[in-house]
Ligand binder design. Sequence first.
Ligand code: GLN
Length: 287
Amino acid sequence: MKTYLQVVRDLLRVYPDGEARALARWLFEERFGFSTADLLLDKDNHLSADDRANLQEITSRLCSGEPIQYILGHTHFGGRRFCVGPGVLIPRPETAELVGHIVRAVSEMPGGGSGNGLSVLDIGTGSGCIALSLALDIPGAEVTAWDISPEALAVARRNGALYPEAKATFSRADILSPPATGQCWDIIVSNPPYVRQCEARDMERNVLEHEPHTALFVPDDDPLLFYRAVAGFARSHLTAGGWLWFEINQYLSSETARLIEDFGFRDVQIREDGFGLPRFVQGRMAD
Ligand code: GLN
């Protein structure tokens, strides 16, 4: 375990113990396919000089705060692999919980289980992780996904190519001046930017210095601007009884729920994430 332990030792200069070990294990697993058992068998002691040099370079990038997902060029979301890169938000585990809630809600629909013909719109798709997971997990669903960022769309389309069985199309759109369309969707979902500038001081350096601020931040004096825009659009573009689903800022859950009610949505519910924080809001259009 010599090389592995050297990497852990280097990472410990910057990261707390558990995180340093987790990062090193992740790196050896993803980069070289080494399991913990392989490390115990000292397989890492037989890496080529090129591999060792590469490892050193990656370790110094990790020490400078670059997220491991950007370095490796991919991450895992809901059990699937997705490409990521600078310019696109790294999918979070909470967001995979949102996908799970939606899939479950669809399967519990009358006549349930099959999403045949079900149409979904994902606003601010980023890497496309929500859009593609829904397209794959709701059989027959057809997903439209929008983002304002051409960089994000390029990554989302690359992910689409990884899952050709998913019926998902990606296009450029700005929800603050949405495209004129007569189309209606059965589900509209969004994980828009929701972190207030005043919360930046509590954020990790690797998020603040590397992830796209346009995907994260909203002004302190109007933190719900994207929720207002999405809910306003959804009011005229959801089918009767259609669902609106959001990931939300945990500090603004009641304000967000109230906003959605003010737009006329019913059955508005706040849901907690796995950390016990109010993280999702759902609402329905009148039948
Ligand atoms: N949950 C993300 C974070 O805390 C923010 C995601 C978002 O703004 N939509 O970094």
